[in-house]
Design a protein around this ligand. Structure first.
Ligand code: HEC
Length: 105
């Protein structure tokens, strides 16, 4: 009985890992990696965001940056913004750029 429950939990844990994987898109990566500073909606309304004086990612100021600028900011970092080179794949970074575009007002 006990071992049957263990197997049950293992299966459940696996299913959960796979379901979050299949959901992995720009939005999920953003919430997992970027929201602690930029906030879930990119507004920067977080403790870190206030400390760094973050701009709203949906604002005209950020949206006027080209895709190449956004890609290089995320890839190489900028000032206090950490670099994600090697931590995220190019495909993930490109999905994040698309996600940032969806924040546009
Ligand atoms: C440790 C906090 C932190 C995390 C985590 C973080 N950022 Fe940033 N981000 C910053 C800071 C600080 C800046 C402002 C850099 C500057 O302009 O000096 C910034 C700037 C940016 C900009 C350019 C807009 C601007 O204000 O210049 C984009 C786009 C961006 N971040 C996207 C992301 C994405 C996508 C992620 C997740 C992969 C992420 N950030 C994770 C702190 C963070």
């Amino acid at each position: 009985m006990k071992s049957a429950m263990k197997v049950g939990f293992a299966v459940l844990a696996f299913a959960m890992v796979f379901s979050t994987w299949s959901l992995a898109d720009g939005g999920a990566d953003f919430k997992a990696k970027c929201a602690m500073c930029h906030g879930p909606d990119g507004k920067g309304d977080t403790v870190m965001g206030k400390k760094f004086g973050l701009k709203d990612l949906g604002s005209a100021e950020v949206q006027k940056m080209s895709d190449a600028d956004l890609t290089s900011t995320i890839t190489n970092g900028k000032d206090k913004m950490p670099a994600y080179k090697g931590k995220l794949t190019d495909a993930q970074i490109s999905d994040l750029v698309k996600y940032v575009r969806t924040l546009k007002k």
